[in-house]
Design a protein around this ligand. Structure first.
Ligand SMILES: Nc1ncnc2c1ncn2[C@@H]1O[C@H](COP(=O)(O)OP(=O)(O)OP(=O)(O)O)[C@@H](O)[C@H]1O
Ligand SMILES: [Mg+2]
Length: 500
């Protein structure tokens, strides 16, 4: 069998006001895992959407085994064996259908016109075969709505490979996964590789790329920068190619005098996972919430913001007891949450960048009932610059920004909200290394203004880098309180894993 070799040449594409790709190149082959990396908005997802047939208004050429092919629809791409798993796995699945139905859905729809009936035993058997090939153990009769994120991703991969699959594109597959789930995904990737499938892997986590990939292509501003063997480069060099400059990766921890207790939670419990949570945050302090995916960090953040019902407990702001039963109460009291699921909860995707940025602090832009649009635009421009949000202007709709830039908008809108307590839930997920540093700097600015910050993350390095104190969560409880300067990655991981 001839090895599958793909070559994208001089690919350009424009959207209103944006030249997303400028003569980009990309080449890879079967049996290799190829990393595609670049800063937020560099054009990675767009290039892969071109390859998988999502657009038909691009220019350039695509060759497979030195023969030019036409890819102008997803059908074209699938016929050639090119499959893609988009980052938002939830939207790609039908929750009330079974695992088997979701895996075979494309075939079912295609056959529907010809056949008047569906052969259930065939569908279940076929789905089982595919999952077995991946060495994945998920009951095929189970409803997709009952699966974990990682399992959903496996179902999407199974769906991709049960069709003709010479090339599998994974766009930031690991962003929502725990370490263990990531390992599982990597095992599947290696199996596909040994079956001579080519895998294209997009991620902002560099260590991961060095673990799993053979080759790397780096993009910047819609252009191809370079392609290398992974074995012939290193993280520092990759960052330089990506950003066009070197980056001091040490964390910019701002030194701030820590004041009195500003925010305090006593015996907080919910019906679902949270058990007897006690914590406090002082003025000027950044407090980390560490713990593995599923430990209850997101539930805690939401409960503090009134976005998740609680069954017991008390909350105090400056020694005064407050009741928060709804996000509206939280915002009124000066509590802000940057949620984890940005597309669902963090931004209004159909609205322009400026209104997203100013929405949560509209009162600051309103006088006698009139909105001061000029001020709104100005403040937005400043934030766009400070966070390096890649957009043609402040009027662009958020849905047209790249994934990481949408995240920056979700973070940015709270940075100007003039709150007292800021809760960040995994704010750097899907954000490039340069932009991460910008976000840390802005968080530092908040505490130097006397605000206090709760910072939930499963990235232990970040917790160690920017917090003053850490609460480690395990199974819905605070398992341990640690002083950041006196702890280590090992100690945090020990308590995260349920150590006593
Ligand atoms: N449909 C669209 N309309 C307008 N602009 C778009 C559209 N799709 C992408 N863009 C723009 O093209 C550029 C490249 O976006 P792309 O999503 O490919 O970036 P990316 O490298 O995947 O970034 P990230 O790491 O944030 O996911 C961005 O400036 C983005 O705003
Ligand atoms: Mg992207």
């Amino acid at each position: 069998m001839q090895a599958f070799k793909i070559n994208m040449k001089d690919i350009s594409i424009e959207f209103p006001g944006v030249r997303a790709l400028k003569n980009a190149h990309f080449t890879t082959e079967g049996g290799r895992v190829h990393a595609l990396i670049g800063a937020n908005g560099a054009g990675k997802s767009t290039l892969m959407k071109v390859l998988s047939g999502a657009y038909d208004h691009w220019t350039g050429a695509i060759d497979i085994n030195n023969q030019e092919v036409e890819i102008h629809s997803t059908k074209d791409a699938k016929k050639l064996g090119i499959q893609i798993v988009y980052q938002e796995v939830d939207v790609a699945l039908i929750p009330y259908l079974s695992v088997a139905e979701n895996i075979l859905v494309d075939g079912m729809v295609n056959d529907m016109g010809k056949k008047q009936w569906i052969n259930w035993s065939y569908i279940n058997r076929r789905a089982k075969e595919v999952l077995t090939r991946l060495n994945v153990n998920i009951p095929v009769e189970k409803k997709v709505s009952e699966l974990s994120l990682a399992e959903k991703q496996m179902v999407l991969i199974a769906r991709a490979i049960q069709q003709k699959c010479s090339l599998l594109i994974l766009d930031e597959p690991t962003a929502p996964l725990s370490n263990k789930e990531t390992e599982e995904l990597f095992r599947v990737v290696n199996e596909l590789k040994s079956d001579q499938v080519g895998v294209i892997f997009i991620s902002h986590r560099l260590p991961e790329i060095f673990e799993i990939c053979d080759d790397i292509t780096i993009m910047r501003d819609g252009e191809f920068v370079t392609q290398k063997f992974i074995s012939e480069t290193n993280e520092k060099e990759v960052i330089e190619y990506m950003l066009g400059k070197s980056l001091d990766e040490s964390f910019p921890k701002t030194d701030v005098a820590i004041g009195d207790v500003a925010f305090e939670v006593k015996n907080l419990t919910d019906a679902h996972i949270l058990k007897d949570i006690n914590l406090h945050v002082n003025k000027g302090e950044i407090v980390g919430i560490a713990g593995l995916v599923g430990a209850g960090k997101t539930e805690l953040c939401k409960a503090l913001f009134g976005a998740e019902p609680v069954t017991g407990g008390e909350v105090y702001l400056h020694q005064e007891k407050i009741t928060i039963q709804h996000p509206y109460h939280a915002v009124e009291k000066g509590i802000a949450l940057v949620p984890e699921e940005r597309r669902k909860e963090g931004v209004l995707v159909h609205e322009p960048v400026y209104s997203n940025l100013t929405l949560s602090s509209l009162a600051n832009f309103t006088k006698n009932g009139f909105v001061n649009f000029k001020k709104e635009y100005e403040v937005s421009k400043t934030l766009i610059r400070d966070l390096g949000i890649k957009t043609p202007d402040e009027f662009q709709k958020v849905e047209y920004l790249s994934g990481g830039n949408q995240q920056k908008v979700a973070v940015g809108k709270w940075l100007i909200a003039d709150a007292e307590v800021y809760i960040f839930d995994e704010p750097t997920k899907g954000v490039d290394v340069g932009a991460k540093m910008d976000i840390f700097q802005l968080i530092g600015r908040l505490v130097s203004e006397g605000k206090c910050v709760v910072y939930a993350s499963c990235e232990t390095q970040e917790i160690l880098g920017i917090t003053d104190r850490v609460y480690v969560m395990y199974d819905g409880r605070i398992a341990k309180e640690l002083v950041t300067k006196q702890t280590s990655e090992d100690e945090i991981l020990y308590y995260s894993a349920g150590g006593q």
